[in-house]
Design a protein around this ligand. Structure first.
Ligand code: FHN
Length: 436
């Protein structure tokens, strides 16, 4: 008896033993999946739902304070006659993306897949009656890109969702909140997603910020379910704070890791252990907006991709498809142009990690083994001073044409590289071979 007591106390003191929650130990396949995720560097984000019919972004139900019963009637008119999963996936792949992350269910609560957990879904509530997720999953499998699933933790439709900050502004539902029922609903849907759609690269949660910090989302249980169903499936959560136990990658919204211009990343310490991903819009809206024409130029998007890689992060670039199922023309044009760049220069970012030269005012570096790529994004001179001793450099050449570059020792820890001309292109790349 006494022995058992002592063992129990020792276990408590050490934080080990069955009485304490086990710290999350990612499985070997999960660790491998994290590496593959980082290698891909570039993904496409898709925000698509019945809100696309109102053509005013994915928050339209909220911004126009639409009653949920009225809003839900949109579903009966949703018929994206031009949706073609093959064309979408081909466009993403040709652009150089390695994965697509699609909204399976956004905050409006509408499920874009065949689910038994509710009738408020693409099969039961729309005349389209095609499982968009299944078609996309099959095409991703066929064309060899990964499928990631966005899943909203918050819900503006279901009465059992415990009302959070954003729902206060909406006409209130009939019925009462019931966390257990809502938690079961989410877990049933996640089980369907992880059972019926092949290998899922990641589950991408969003919306937890709808409740104050002390709300118990039972993440441990939900994350354990996901990892049990598909151990290699990565979990990311856009809660705008540092990663929680059980998460496999860290997300940043509209900013690169360490930045906070959009106000979503304040106080979010950048993990040096987990893969990083920055999601950004092509224009200013996630869901389709008929008026938002503020698309960034292709050059700007390429620079964001390169900067992101130099900061050891993936870029998840968003597109909001039209209600007819097609990608907006502006997005298609940009995908094609980005594809031209990745075809030629993708080798300097895919499979790399942030290089040993940290981000500089002139640009960033990426690195694969002893090859260091300098990405010059903003330089008005013909010479570049890098914080790296000439002693560590074996050779340097222009990536574009292989021409050798002259190096000059500059103090103890830096080197001057003489470039053939003042950089003009969107990203001037210097390839350095480091001494081993
Ligand atoms: O509210 C959502 C928004 O609609 C969109 O899905 C973005 C994507 O990162 N996340 C939320 C805001 O943080």
């Amino acid at each position: 008896m006494r022995k058992t007591f002592i063992t129990l106390m020792a276990a408590l003191a050490l934080g080990t033993g069955s009485v304490c929650a086990q710290a999350y130990q990612p499985s070997p396949e999960n660790i491998q999946a994290r590496k593959e995720f980082q290698d891909m560097k570039f993904g496409i984000f898709i925000h698509w739902g019945i809100y696309s019919m109102l053509a005013d972004g994915e928050w339209v139900q909220h911004s126009k304070r639409i009653d949920r019963n009225e809003y839900s009637k949109l579903a009966a008119g949703f018929y994206p006659s031009r949706f073609n999963a093959h064309e979408w996936v081909k466009a993403f792949k040709d652009a150089g993306a390695g994965y697509v992350t699609i909204t399976s269910r956004h905050h409006d609560g509408f499920s874009m897949f065949d689910t038994k957990a509710t009738d408020y879904d693409i099969i039961d509530a729309t005349p389209f009656k095609r499982d968009i997720l299944k078609e996309l999953a099959d095409e991703c499998e066929k064309q060899g890109i990964k499928l990631h699933i966005y899943y909203s933790h918050m819900d503006w439709f279901r009465p059992d969702y415990p009302l959070g900050g954003t729902s206060q502004a909406l006409p209130q539902p009939e019925g009462s909140a019931n966390w257990n029922s809502y938690f079961n609903f989410m877990n049933t849907q996640l089980t369907e997603i992880l059972t019926n759609y092949g290998k899922i690269g990641a589950i991408w949660f969003d919306g937890m910020w709808d409740h104050p910090n002390n709300f118990d989302w039972q993440l441990d249980e939900q994350y354990a379910l996901i990892h049990k169903l598909q151990p290699a499936c990565l979990i990311g959560n856009n809660h705008h704070t540092a990663p929680h136990e059980g998460e496999d990658f860290q997300l940043f919204e509209q900013d690169l890791p360490g930045e906070n211009s959009a106000g979503f990343s304040g106080g979010q310490k950048v993990s040096d252990m987990l893969p990083l991903e920055s999601c950004q819009t092509m224009n200013n809206t996630w869901g389709y907006s008929i008026t938002d024409k503020s698309y960034k130029s292709t050059d700007e998007l390429i620079r964001r991709l390169v900067k992101s890689a130099g900061m050891n992060s993936n870029l998840l670039l968003n597109i909001g498809p039209r209600p007819d199922g097609q990608l907006p023309d502006e997005a298609m044009t940009r995908l094609k142009e980005i594809g031209k760049w990745t075809k030629r220069y993708g080798g300097t970012i895919y499979g790399t990690r942030g290089g040993l030269i940290k981000p500089q005012p002139w640009g960033v570096s990426t690195q694969k083994d002893n090859t260091l790529y300098l990405h010059i994004l903003d330089l008005k001179e013909q010479s570049l001073t890098i914080p790296l001793s000439a002693k560590k450099i074996k050779s340097a050449r222009m990536y574009d044409d292989g021409s050798k570059l002259k190096l000059q020792k500059h103090g103890k820890d830096s080197t001057v590289i003489n470039l053939p001309s003042v950089p003009q292109s969107v990203d001037t790349i210097v390839e350095i071979t480091l001494k081993k």
